[in-house]
Design a protein around this ligand. Structure first.
Ligand code: HEM
Length: 440
């Protein structure tokens, strides 16, 4: 159903390929997506020309809930190959570092996913519950000792990285390095992480050759260093398996063969990136949302156990930590008034679908009692639906239980946002609270 176009913004003001769009205030972006959803058909946007990568042919923006769901559940037409994660085609030499099952179609994708999927089942996660709670308690102890400060590095980023590293058997001394390297990989469009970014002047965008080389070199080097860590751990686990995910991956048998060293390391990299760069932002967004909506915090505190599950879903819907993924058309296909051609690219904008007014009543309202809440923050229904969704739900729940039990008045200041059309991230988020009385 077409919606009324808000009068403030017009199509001429909206260019999703312009990185500056992703630095606009969230309310403005929400308004822009309402304009896009009201168009009679999907809109094509182009990426700036990047030296060495060639000109991107452009990508069709899927902004309606129904379109994102249809593309997700129809992988024969909307393929994840050659890439689901990179908006532009990367040089081929980089594929080996980053292309993993998220960029594959079935049957290979399903076989590889099966190697680790049991570890993410509700039954296995229930066993890890006490361990996650102990970690959250220690992290909040240390936040209290520090007296506040940056909530992202002191709290939100720590739980997810500790948990996924522990599942993979990565020793604690490497955790800081893992965070630094995965920050670079998802922060490829933010100058703070890669030392260069697209420049815009008089309506045109460009990335200089030197800037591109610096960006590609920094990202590739981060990938290489994570591959080296994977290779070192993989050698140890091949010799003596321990039951962790790395042992499962290096000893797995897929169609009578082991994963190649590159396939194994790329899967390892996918798990450390997806396991920590997403949930951290959900936790940080959650704190900011409860700061900006004190009525919702009061509601939650009045019945934490009864409302936390709904609150977690609403945090993920409202903040959509993963903004988008890519798909590639395998044949001509008609959808929503438009005929896509074989070879076309589409961008599934989860953020926009999660504000679709034809599915969510009053979509710009943060409402922890929203029911039903069929958001696509963990992806649409289909083979690539987030493998770690149950783990993320547990981590967010446990973290807010610990925070709100001990620091019920903790509040967030203004965030420093990641410049990205892929991850809706907070690089830093100041927090303050009344120190609790010492225990005992
Ligand atoms: C709030 C936190 C999280 C959000 C919002 C999120 C979101 C997503 C999204 C949107 C996708 C793509 C789905 C698709 O293409 O259909 C995805 C895939 C994936 N996620 Fe998550 N994720 C989160 C946490 C995690 C965690 C904790 C892990 C743990 C390792 C994880 C592992 C993965 C993996 C491995 C995939 C690829 C699945 C496949 O290709 O079969 N995610 N996630």
């Amino acid at each position: 159903m077409a919606t009324e176009i808000p009068p403030q913004l017009t199509m001429a003001d909206i260019d999703l390929g312009d990185l500056r769009f992703w630095t606009r205030p969230l309310e403005e972006r929400a308004e822009a997506f309402a304009v896009l959803r009201a168009q009679p058909a999907p809109v094509l946007f182009t990426l700036p020309k990047i030296p060495f990568l060639g000109q991107s042919p452009g990508s069709w923006a899927l902004v309606r809930h129904a379109d994102v769901a249809e593309a997700s559940r129809n992988p024969e037409v909307f393929s994840s190959e050659p890439s689901a994660t990179s908006p532009a085609d990367m040089p081929r030499w980089m594929d080996g570092y980053f292309n993993s099952m998220i960029d594959m179609d079935d049957p290979r994708h399903a076989k590889i996913r099966r190697i680790v999927s049991r570890a993410f089942s509700p039954k296995m996660l229930a066993k890890a519950e006490d361990d996650i709670a102990r970690r959250a308690a220690r992290i909040v102890d240390e936040l209290i000792e520090a007296g506040g400060g940056d909530f992202v590095s002191r709290a939100a980023a720590r739980l997810p990285v500790e948990v996924i590293c522990d599942m993979l058997g990565i020793p604690a001394r490497h955790h800081r390095r893992v965070v630094d390297l995965t920050n670079i990989i998802v922060g490829y469009s933010d100058a703070e992480y890669v030392g260069a970014t697209v420049e815009y002047s008089r309506g045109t965008a460009r990335m200089g050759r030197l800037g591109t080389l610096r960006m590609l070199g920094t990202v590739a080097s981060a990938g290489f260093r994570l591959h080296r860590l994977a290779a070192q751990l993989g050698r140890e686990r091949r010799a003596s398996p321990t039951g962790d995910l790395t042992s499962a991956l290096v000893n797995a048998n897929v169609d009578g063969e082991r994963l190649s060293p590159r396939e194994f390391a790329a899967f390892f990299l996918l798990l450390v990136v997806a396991g920590n760069e997403t949930t951290r932002n959900a936790i940080a967004h959650g704190l900011k949302l409860f700061t900006d909506h004190p009525d919702q915090r009061d509601l939650l505190l009045a019945d934490f156990d009864g409302r936390i599950a709904g609150a977690v879903e609403e945090i993920v819907r409202y903040s959509s930590p993963v903004i988008s993924m890519r798909r590639n058309l395998t044949r001509d296909h008609e959808m929503n008034g438009h005929t896509f051609r074989k070879g076309d690219r589409v961008t599934l904008l989860y953020w926009a679908a999660n504000r679709d007014e034809s599915v969510f009543t009053d979509p710009d309202r943060f409402d922890i009692t929203r029911s039903p809440n069929p958001h696509v923050g963990f992806g649409g229904p289909g083979p690539h639906f987030c493998l770690g969704a149950n783990l993320a739900r547990r981590e967010i729940t446990v973290m807010f239980r610990e925070l709100f039990t001990r620091l019920p008045d903790i509040t967030a200041g203004e965030p420093d946002r990641l410049q990205s059309g892929f991850i809706n991230g907070y690089k830093r988020l100041p927090c303050t609270f009344t120190p609790p009385r010492p225990r005992g």
